[in-house]
Design a protein around this ligand. Structure first.
Ligand code: AMP
Ligand code: MN
Ligand code: ZN
Length: 870
């Protein structure tokens, strides 16, 4: 070997090497690794030797350029000679995406030839008379400039490979056949090539051995040898538990700081800690310093990577290590490890290394799963939605499917008689106004299956409004019927898909009609500070602040503003300020912002209660809506104890908006500082179908944003519109005789009557607040008005058809009930006394009464198919 070698640390140099190699028929290769100050390990040097030259390629300097060599390594006409390529091929893939094609592995040749020993050192000595010192194998190959001895060692590893390969190839060719069975004879040479190239087919994968497995193997490997007094079973168990906890902790710390686990804490140190179970930081450090990682022989080897004990990483994370031990000793290993990895993710956030992101991603996925489970539990319907009880007409014609309560109601009042108990069915004793046949659609004559119409999932489902509530609520009453057609059941996943598509389409609608989804409120400075509702709105611009983050920010400020770190407070204030067009904001402004986008109807109802004339209030609000795009409200809270009224100086905000400081730990990280907004469930009563419980919402939780929107939409859909529907003024009160004789009986009317009775009897019951429709109410109202103005009711039908198409296109549902149709028409007639009937008797006193009544008894649409009866 001459003194000449070529050190390559520039891109030009590397390209030159690639050019030279591309003209060769073979070259020898070896790599050197560094694996202590890196979690995955890194290729520090690549040695390539032709018959004439030795190249030492600085793969640290050229890490990003190494792709230049991909072609020559993948070229099947150029043979690559390695010794023991098992790991080298993987390392080249891991670091440079270099894949080796056409490999001759001299170790495999020895294997086929039955040579022993098979080490390169032996081959060098045997074929080349060269003695090498493998002491540098484990040296720190990141060193630059590399010391003479290491340069020599590195060159030697590749320089002789082609010559050794020549020798071994000759022996293989002379050796004849190796593998014989009845069918095939394989030459020794062929067998060597085959075995070599199997190595090329390996694919690099990150090690995914769980820390627990490592703990188990350490425990068995060392428990005998280190003189632990594992005399009692309890002691043994504790050592094992600590070891598992330590392995998990070390794995997390190593990943997050991109160090090898052994650099963080050596196996021996872990065993020492597990054995002595130190209770304070000093004792831990004593344990650790008492043991060394490697055997003393290698300790003295030159150019080793320093392995300080305790390592700086350990010192940095020593408190968390102590926590781990504390927790193990309280038999709560899992808890602290999970908490710790959450904390760790905070440091991980700031780093750029790919595997760290991977780590965060896995954790997020895990969190997502947990979140989703929780979500499904919370928001899916608690029981079957469709009870598929049947109502028949007197002549035996099937009228509809509905829930059980409805059957009982008719029967109890002598309006129907039971036909069957199982499955339950009744026959009406009066002639209903219309028959389902009138619909020319058998949709209403289908029993409905309790499953996701998107994918057929039956384990859980929630109601989904195909036509978003923010529009539908402003449809003319008679077009609002037939909800059962446009409320379908979806699983959480399908719900998300549908919701996302709907939100996207809403934006299109917003553009098409020039009506922004949210309005920005720009107010003269100072005007608002006294009384929010009298503010003069100067300008309304497109864009604006979405109500949810606005409310979240405002409520957080109201509650914890004074305790917050300054930066966080300023961040939140900026959100609220943006809503007010950037002007300075007062406490009252923040309080007002906390209520933006909350339901309008509730306000008008309550004001009515307070004695204001309903019409006047409505007018006021209409004005607010149309001119100011102001959709804020006072909020009444469950239980009625806490009320927030504008201008009353109470800035506490509604109690139902609860701040949570990360208790849910869904995202674990920073964002958990956000507000938990509890939406409030609708009171259950009468024949109203049971409602799906209470809603807790975690807004602004990073990766869950979409789902979060979905929650809101779900809540909005499940509360507001239902609430809305329930609040519809009642049709005329009918009694049994009237129903029987007039033939104008309206099942819903009757049910509402019943509910009214209930309502009156429990008038002291407190009404509950519902959330708004994602704050899109004003947008929806304006759009519907424009449609009606331009196209009349046909426009509404067209609009509905588009929404159904959006739904179908997004979800490609496979389980829609028969008769479900994009072209479905929502038309219905009204009885003589119906409040929906524009020609109804306006002077009726009972009507007045009903108008005041806050009906809450309508059967949820998705629970019955009897819209047509109304
Ligand atoms: P070599 O080709 O024998 O010089 O080894 C290539 C690389 O593999 C070295 O730079 C080491 O990083 C790594 N390596 C080799 N043998 C060992 C070993 N026994 N333990 C840890 N790493 C090793
Ligand atoms: Mn080597
Ligand atoms: Zn589904």
């Amino acid at each position: 070997m001459t003194d000449d070698f070529i050190w390559i640390d520039t891109k030009d140099g590397l390209e030159e090497v690639a050019r030279i190699l591309s003209k060769e028929v073979e070259f020898g290769v070896d790599t050197e690794q560094h694996s202590i100050r890196s979690f995955l390990g890194i290729t520090a040097l690549l040695q390539v030797s032709t018959r004439k030259q030795d190249f030492l390629i600085d793969t640290i300097a050229l890490h990003d350029e190494m792709g230049v060599l991909r072609n020559v390594f993948a070229n099947p006409f150029i043979r690559k000679v390695f010794h023991g390529a098992d790991s080298d091929t993987l390392w080249l893939q891991r670091d440079f995406h270099i894949y080796v094609v056409n490999l001759f592995d001299t170790a495999k040749a020895c294997e086929v030839l039955g040579k022993r020993p098979r080490s390169l050192a032996f081959l060098l000595e045997h074929y080349c008379g060269v003695i090498t010192n493998k002491i540098y194998q484990l040296a720190d190959w990141r060193l630059r400039p590399l010391p003479e001895e290491m340069l020599l060692y590195a060159r030697t590893d590749a320089h002789y490979l082609l010559y050794i390969a020549d020798c071994l190839q000759n022996e293989l060719l002379q050796g004849g056949s190796v593998c014989q069975n009845s069918m095939y004879t394989v030459s020794m040479y062929g067998e060597c090539v085959r075995r070599s190239n199997i190595l090329c087919l390996q694919l690099y994968e990150k090690d995914s051995t769980p820390p627990e497995s490592l703990a188990a193997s350490l425990f068995t490997r060392y428990s005998g040898s280190l003189g632990f007094s594992l005399d009692t079973l309890e002691h043994k168990h504790r050592v094992e538990k600590i070891l598992i906890a330590l392995c998990k902790w070390r794995d997390s710390v190593a990943r997050s700081s991109d160090e090898s686990p052994r650099f963080v804490l050596s196996d021996r140190a872990m065993l020492a800690i597990a054995e002595s179970n130190p209770s304070d930081v000093n004792s831990i450090l004593q344990c650790v310093s008492g043991v060394s990682d490697v055997s003393s022989a290698l300790d003295e080897a030159p150019y080793m990577t320093p392995l300080p004990s305790p390592s700086p990483v350990l010192l940095e994370h020593i408190d968390s290590l102590k926590n781990v031990l504390d927790q193990v000793n309280t038999w709560n290993v899992q808890g602290i490890i999970d908490t710790y990895s959450l904390k760790l993710s905070e440091c991980v956030k700031d780093q750029n290394s790919m595997h760290l992101h991977q780590h965060t991603r896995t954790r997020k996925l895990r969190d997502y799963e947990a979140f989703r489970k929780k979500f499904v539990q919370k928001f899916s319907c608690k029981g079957p939605v469709y009870q598929n009880c049947r109502i028949y007409a007197g002549d035996g014609g099937l009228l509809c499917f509905c829930d059980r309560k409805k059957l009982d109601w008719y029967v109890q009042r002598g309006l129907a008689e039971f036909l069957d108990e199982d499955p339950p069915a009744i026959r009406l004793l009066f002639e209903p106004k219309r028959r389902p046949e009138d619909e020319n659609n058998d949709f209403y004559l289908q029993s409905k299956t309790n499953r996701c119409v998107g994918c057929g999932e039956t384990s859980h489902y929630l109601r989904y409004r195909v036509i978003p509530s923010c529009y539908r609520q402003y449809f003319p009453q008679h077009l609002k019927s037939h909800r059962s057609h446009d409320i379908v059941l979806l699983c959480v996943d399908c719900h998300e898909v549908a919701h996302r598509a709907a939100e996207k389409h809403k934006k299109q609608v917003a553009e098409e009609y020039g009506v922004p989804l949210f309005a920005k409120r720009v107010v003269d400075s100072g005007v608002l500070s006294g009384n929010g509702s009298e503010a003069q709105v100067v300008d309304v611009t497109v864009g604006g602040v979405s109500p949810r983050p606005l409310r979240t920010a405002a409520v957080a400020l109201l509650r914890y503003g004074s305790d917050m770190p300054k930066e966080r407070r300023e961040e939140l204030e900026a959100v609220v300020q943006a809503y007010y067009g950037g002007r300075a904001i007062s406490h009252a402004d923040i309080a007002a912002a906390a209520l933006v986008g909350r339901g309008l109807k509730d306000s008008s109802r309550r004001q009515k209660k307070k004695g204001l004339g309903g019409d006047k209030v409505r007018q006021m609000i209409e004005v607010e809506y149309s001119e100011n795009n102001l959709y804020q409200n006072d909020v009444e809270v469950v239980g009625g104890k806490e009320k927030y009224q504008k201008g009353e100086g109470d800035v506490q905000g509604p109690k139902e908006i609860v701040l949570s400081n990360g208790n849910l730990m869904l995202n674990g990280i920073e964002s958990v500082k956000t507000v938990t907004e509890k939406c409030i469930r609708v009171q259950k009563s009468g024949v109203e179908e049971s409602f799906d419980g209470e809603y807790a919402i975690e807004p602004n939780i990073g990766c869950f944003d979409d789902l979060d929107d979905m929650v809101l939409e779900t809540v909005a859909a499940t509360t507001s519109e239902d609430a809305e529907e329930r609040q519809k003024p009642l049709d005329i009160i009918v009694d049994k005789d009237l129903v029987m004789s007039s033939g104008n009986g309206n099942l819903n009317d009757e049910i509402q009557l019943k509910n009214q009775e209930q309502e009156l009897s429990s008038s002291s019951q407190v009404r509950k607040q519902r959330v708004s429709l994602l704050g899109h109410g004003p947008h929806g109202k304006k759009v519907v008005e424009m449609i009606l103005e331009r196209e009349g009711e046909d426009g509404i039908n067209r609009f509905c058809r588009i929404w159904r198409s959006v739904f179908v296109d997004a979800l490609q549902p496979t389980h829609l009930p028969a008769g479900w149709n994009i072209l479905h028409s929502g038309y219905r007639e009204f009885g003589k006394y119906s409040i929906y009937n524009p020609n109804r008797d306006q002077t009726s006193e009972s009507n007045e009464r009903i108008l005041e009544h806050e009906g809450n008894g309508e059967v949820l649409a998705a629970g019955s198919n009897d819209d047509f009866l109304a």
